[in-house]
Design a protein around this ligand. Structure first.
Ligand code: HEM
Length: 123
């Protein structure tokens, strides 16, 4: 089993995403990018994705198909500032949930790499 999933389980990943979205909602830069009327849906999509990505249920794929994350982020302006803010808020959420190693390091590496890959603005 993937060590992240083994350590955190589906519940732990969902709690992390809930802590992250509590921050995104209040954030001046990222908050306005998300659909005002569908915070619950956005939270569920990221949770389902992480559960799938780290070896749990395939619900994300069944409902959304191939992730194609870079393409799905094209409608949003993502430069260095947005990338850094996303990582900052996720870092705070990870600290709040007191995620231990090895999951903390594995998640952080994945988030840093993926967030940088989402950038779609020349700077
Ligand atoms: C770099 C900064 C990022 C910004 C500003 C950003 C912003 C957004 C926004 C505005 C949405 C649409 C919300 C919705 O689902 O309705 C979204 C969707 C999503 N994001 Fe990000 N995102 C970022 C990085 C990431 C990273 C690092 C990941 C993966 C760890 C990720 C995973 C996802 C997923 C899975 C969805 C839902 C895709 C779908 O099935 O439609 N995002 N993101």
């Amino acid at each position: 089993m993937n060590p992240v999933y083994e350590q955190m389980g589906e519940t732990g990943l969902r709690e992390l995403v809930a802590a992250f979205y509590r921050r995104v909602k209040e954030d001046d830069l990222l908050g306005p990018m998300y659909p005002e009327s569908d915070w619950q849906g956005a939270e569920e999509r990221l949770s389902d994705f992480l559960v799938y990505r780290f070896g749990g249920s395939q619900k994300y794929i069944e409902e959304r198909g191939h992730p194609r994350l870079r393409m799905r982020h094209m409608p949003f302006r993502i430069g260095e500032a947005e990338r850094d803010r996303w990582l900052q808020l996720m870092g705070e959420a990870m600290a709040e949930r007191a995620i231990a190693e090895p999951a903390a390091g594995l998640l952080k590496d994945f988030f840093v790499q993926t967030a940088d890959f989402m950038r779609n603005q020349e700077e």
